[in-house]
Design a protein around this ligand. Structure first.
Ligand code: UDP
Length: 235
């Protein structure tokens, strides 16, 4: 299959194929923090994120959520539907952590009921600034009904994933999603892995996500492998 690199991100490369309707995602052995300022090669990371994300996207698809995933091409490559990216990052928070704790000077660990949904405008140059619904609509990033759809899907995905991780004795603290326009409507794109969510062990409260890298708490590959093992254990 011919492929041409069209975008190189922090964790993935994106390739065009001879089929205009499809893209290939290549998961890199690279971890970044501080918006790319800290960058490290980590052998095996791409493989793990690709497998975890595939497993989660297949679970979501079995449960009625449409995603861009077509199939896995190798241990670190996925074939996906080409969509028109909506340039916002949607963050859902079930529990106080990270930037939310810092912003409001709150202790980490308190449950948020109902969950909080936040939006960030995707721009490395601007450092992904927070953006609100009114700004999203007025700038023309998405209209009201598209935003309602994004919110509806985000909440449905949250419910399904809280249940999934709960079976593995992990709390889904928060996560980030991205969406794109496809011929069938707005669908989930990008990836779902410990790179873009927080998972806390329900007993030890240890992190099983990228915080182990951000805070130099534990080995990233060992940690992500444990997440994959737990997820595979419940299949
Ligand atoms: N997140 C992400 N990409 C980003 C920013 C955040 O995937 O560019 C995820 C992050 O891993 C966490 C959630 O979104 O699961 C909320 O992140 P937060 O705003 O707390 O930022 P952080 O403290 O991680 O910088």
């Amino acid at each position: 299959m011919n492929k041409r690199l069209i975008y190189s991100g922090k964790a993935k490369d994106v390739f065009e194929t001879d089929n205009d309707n499809e893209l290939i995602l290549f998961y890199k052995d690279q971890a970044t923090a501080l918006n790319g300022i800290r960058k490290e090669h980590i052998t095996g990371k791409g493989n793990l994120n690709c497998k975890i994300s595939s497993l989660i996207f297949h679970y979501l698809m079995r449960n009625g959520i449409e995603t861009h995933l077509i199939n896995d091409l190798s241990d670190n490559e996925q074939l996906v539907k080409r969509t028109k990216l909506i340039p916002i990052e949607v963050v859902l928070r079930n529990t106080i952590a990270g930037s939310f704790a810092r912003k409001f000077a709150l202790d980490e660990g308190k449950k948020l009921d109902p969950p909080v949904i936040e939006y960030y405008f995707k721009s490395d140059e601007l450092n992904d600034p927070a953006i609100n619904e009114s700004q999203i609509e007025s700038i023309g990033i998405a209209n009201e009904s598209e935003l309602q759809e994004i919110k509806k899907q985000t909440l449905a995905i949250n419910k399904l994933l809280v249940e999934l991780f709960n079976q593995d004795k992990l709390d889904l603290v928060d996560f980030k999603l991205e969406f794109g326009h496809f011929e069938t409507g707005i669908i989930l794109i990008d990836e779902f892995s410990p790179d873009n969510c927080r998972l806390w062990d329900q007993t030890s409260h240890q992190s099983f996500d990228k915080d182990v890298f951000r805070k130099n708490e534990a080995d990233l590959v060992t940690t992500y492998k444990k997440v994959l093992d737990r997820l595979e254990g419940v299949r």
